[in-house]
Write a protein that binds this ligand. Sequence first.
Ligand code: HPA
Length: 281
Amino acid sequence: MTKNNNHIRQIEECVAFLQERLPFIPPLVIQLGTGLGDLAGQVQPALILPYNEIPNFPSSTVSSHQGNLIVGHLHGVPVIILQGRFHCYEGYSSKEVAFPIRVLSLLGVKTLILTNAAGGLNPAFAPGSIMIFRDHLNLLGDNPLRGPNVEAWGPRFPDFSVPYDPELTRIALESATVCGLDKVVTGVYACIPGPSLETPAETRWLRGCGADAVGMSSIPEIIVARHAGMEVLGLSVISNVNDPDKMQPIILEEIIAAAEAVKPQLERLIIEIIRRRYAEN
Ligand code: HPA
């Protein structure tokens, strides 16, 4: 069996499994990143599936990520929560990283909201800012759509001229105002493979390339979601701001602590966004 046929088979097996198990198919998936998994606690769960019980799902090797797929209601809105994600630095290809999103798109989920922790590059940002993705730079050196295209899943050359949904972005900015959050900004997210953090020269270069924030996640999932025609909203918690002329060590525990500190604001923001988005429908 070719590698691609194997991938298709694994996806189809997983779709068939979830089709049978999920009590309903929500319109929305929220993927929670480093230190941000607690929103799941506010969900009225109908089903909690550990990733290791879902056929062909990758398993997270990072201790700050729990691995559960949760189906339920978040303040009355039907949602799937992906609590924990996979990263290329764990050894996964970007196709493997995006596996859950491909499966959910084939089940009929229409919207992807994802959160992560990122390093700020824009000097106007501060630790604790929340950045709404306006655009991105894929610097992974990999793309989840590499290889033969499955026409039924999306086009060979998907358009990325408007990568992030303008209506969701508008709602997110409006929601930030309503929630009284004054550190919500928009910006360009650069995705590096990691796991080594940026050198001063890389930080300077990323800034020069127009990146406002840098991290090691989310872009494979976003590329697959857009290929499948889903609308996407990306939210980064800015845990640290890097200055190439005054680099400070970037310490995982500090990233997690910073993400923790912003969690209540991020949760309020997401809840307001989904209320508005789904109230307007
Ligand atoms: N660089 C890359 N990834 C990160 C950072 C950073 O400074 N902070 C949080 N995730």
